[in-house]
Structure formats: structure tokens, C-alpha cells
Design a protein around this ligand. Sequence first.
Ligand code: KIV
Ligand code: NA
Length: 275
Amino acid sequence: MKSTSDLRNMKADGTKISMLTAYDYPSAKLAEEAGIDVILVGDSLGMVVLGYDSTVPVTIDDMIHHSKAVKRGASNTFVITDMPFMTYHLSVEETLKSAAKLVQEGGAHAVKVEGGGKVINKITSLTEAGIPVMAHLGLTPQTVNVLGGYKVQGKTAEAAKMLIEEAKKCEEAGAFAIVLECIPRQIAKEVSENLSIPTIGIGAGSDTDGQVLVYHDLISYGVERVPKFVKKYNDVNEITLSSIKTYIHEVKEGQFPQQEHSFTMKEEELSSLYG
Ligand code: KIV
Ligand code: NA
């Protein structure tokens, strides 16, 4: 299992870090079996698994529930759990209590928080309490209503300057890594070169120290439209739909089940039953 220092060493060596979200037992099991470096129990589960239209409705109990399932599927992989909306803003105390639940009940090795600004002092408090923190800058989906939609961030010189500064502050506050979401690749490169902690990009080009994708996007499972930065490695929608349609057809036509799917009683038992 990777540790936070392994991840830092990977950056130093120039070894790219692979991260993928997982939300339940099978997705975690497959991600681990495939050899993923880090699993993120992302609050994107609100959208791709629970069907909400943003990550805002996701609760701490949702995150605990899914983290536990992920841990059962991937007991040998470093697991980071997202702190959901409004569980790390009110106070340091509230933040520590929320994170402690994700670690103690959910089994997370680390947590992720969105944003710079007032969140930065929470990163220090969590780290001092022994909970490693991954930061998340750029497009931060929990603040989608403030950002005015899911849009590329840091596009102007001024916004980029602020992002570069905030990334540095996250590192100074103790973050062990940082997600950069949906920002120009040149800015992601600049941030990555400026920091000694690894950057994990999503829609941030190829010069970050690692990449992350949402599980359901990567295999196209249950999602209809995916953002430009997603590469669809397979089409599970197609496989699933055609499997279910064939099943329905075979049930209706009496083609399923066949004898090979059935249990047969010995003839002598049958005759004594009816005999
Ligand atoms: O919730 C999530 O899946 C995330 C990643 C996209 C970084 O935060
Ligand atoms: Na998230």
C-alpha cells in the first residue's frame, strides 16, 4: 500500500500517480486488482451513484457508508475520502469531528477538502491531529453555485496567480497532495513545478504528477454526457444495456433458464414422491 511519503517520492522520481474514485465493494476490488495507486471515495458519488444533480446533498453518513464498502473491497490500497459539503467550514472543531468519523468509522487513511482561503487553516489542524489532507483547487464542485457552473477555472492572469498562491499555501499548511481540477494545463504545470507535494490533475493537462478520473466516467457506466477531460476507456452502458435486453427477451421467449441453470431431483426420489 502506498503511503503519503511514497507519493511524494513518486513525484521526486517522476513516476506518475494513478488515482481513481471508487464507491462500493466491486469498484474498489477491481481498482485494487488493476493496481491503482490511490482510491478516492469522492463525493461525486452523490451524482454518479445516488443520482443527485450536484455533490451538495451528500452527507457525512453517505461518505462513511461508501468508505466502509470501499475498504472491504480494497484493504491494501491507500484510501482518501472526500469531506462533504459544509462539514469543514463552520469551525476547526467541527472539521476535526467530521474528519475523525471518516477515519474511525469509514476507515479512510486521509481526507480531501475543497478550496483555499479559510479552508487552509483547517488543513493545518487536521494534519496536526494526525489526519493527512489532500487539497483540491480549481473547479471545486461543492461551490458550483458560487462559481456559476462547472467551468474551467484560473483562465485569467489574475485568477491563475491566485490559484498558484493558494496551492503554495495548501502545501505550507501541511497538505500531502493536491487535486487540480479543470484548469489550463500551463497553470497546472506551473503549480506542479512550484510544489514539492504531488499534484493530481483532472482536466488539468499532462504535466501534473498524477491523474484522477471518476470510475463511472472512465468505463462509461450510468453516465450519459461526460466532460471534455474524460477519456472513455470502455462502454459499460452498452454492455449492460444489451445484457439486460437479452435477458428480458430470453425470459419472455422461455429461452432462459436452460437445464444447465436448473436443479434436477433424482428419478427415484421423484417416483417415491408421487408413487
Ligand atoms: O468527488 C470526486 O470524484 C473528486 C475528484 C473528481 C477529484 O473530487
Ligand atoms: Na469530490
